[in-house]
Design a protein around this ligand. Structure first.
Ligand SMILES: O=C(O)CCC(=O)C(=O)O
Ligand SMILES: [Fe+2]
Length: 266
């Protein structure tokens, strides 16, 4: 009797999980198709990216200023700002701040999705890192997100961006707002990276593009203070976005910490 009940319970549980995964799978298929449609439908002037000379990448970090035409940046900034009430994560001592993940950007911020999938940005990043890169998969909650630093103390502690893929993995940041009382009118949320063992400030004014191999470069963001604000579009690209089963499982566990239990069935 007890074994029968247990069997029924386990079957219902397994069925429910399979159904949730199936629904997520359908959702990702439709989002994948939409991301391609958005890329074609949202006109963004990205031609300057194709002409842009690229800096060296020998320290696995590159920084470019004034990357987009002002009008293009303005469209992205408006859409980032319209993302009200981001999910806030608080992982004691590690991270405090708001994040709007990939699947939530499709409705309100199609230009951000279009930028991420554009051939121009992929070509630019490929030239910078010296290898062809592609977007990471749609079921990875970190592939594309908007990070909000807007409450006093919002920050990220020292970390590497874990690479869950077979290929090399790059983090690309495009700050769209960075305002406060630090020098240059920027916020106190400063990106710091260890370059050859030395803690180095990486400037993140609006419209900069920062490309780095986050799995190899230790980095952090210092806390923002009252009245300041910093919004960053964060994108990840990879030379080979396939993952083995263990890499997939580890990514899900990390996504659950940052984005909650729904990431379990991604
Ligand atoms: O906000 C930043 O400058 C860096 C964010 C970051 O390190 C991350 O999202 O992994
Ligand atoms: Fe990071």
């Amino acid at each position: 009797m007890i074994t029968e009940a247990l069997f029924v319970l386990l079957s219902v549980g397994a069925g429910g999980l399979a159904y949730a995964r199936h629904r997520r799978g359908r959702l990702y298929e439709s989002l994948e198709a939409r991301s391609q449609a958005i890329r074609c439908a949202v006109p963004l002037d990205l031609d300057p990216l194709l002409q842009r000379p690229v800096p060296v990448f020998d320290q696995r970090l590159a920084h470019l200023d004034d990357i987009l035409p002002v009008r293009t940046l303005e469209v992205l900034r408006k859409q980032a700002l319209a993302l009200a009430g981001p999910e806030r994560s608080y992982i004691p001592t590690h991270k405090k701040g708001g994040t709007v993940a990939y699947e939530s950007l499709f409705e309100t911020a199609p230009a951000i999705v279009a930028l991420y999938h554009s051939r121009e940005i992929q070509a630019l990043i490929s030239r910078i890192v010296g290898e062809t890169v592609k977007p990471t998969p749609i079921n990875d909650q970190s592939s594309l997100s908007v990070l909000f630093y807007e409450k006093p103390g919002d920050h990220i502690g020292w970390h590497y961006d874990h690479n869950f893929y077979r290929g090399r993995h790059f983090t690309v940041l495009l700050p769209v707002i960075n305002e406060g009382r630090a020098s240059g009118g920027l916020s106190h949320a400063t990106l710091k990276a260890k370059i050859q063992g030395v803690e180095t400030d990486v400037a993140t004014p609006p419209n900069a593009l920062i490309v780095f191999e986050g799995a190899k470069v230790h980095h952090k963001v210092t806390p923002i203070v009252e009245g300041e604000r910093r919004l960053v579009i964060s994108m990840t690209y990879c030379t080979d976005p396939r993952a083995n089963a263990l890499q997939g499982a580890v990514r899900r566990i990390k996504d659950v910490a940052f984005f909650g239990p729904r990431a379990l069935w991604t």
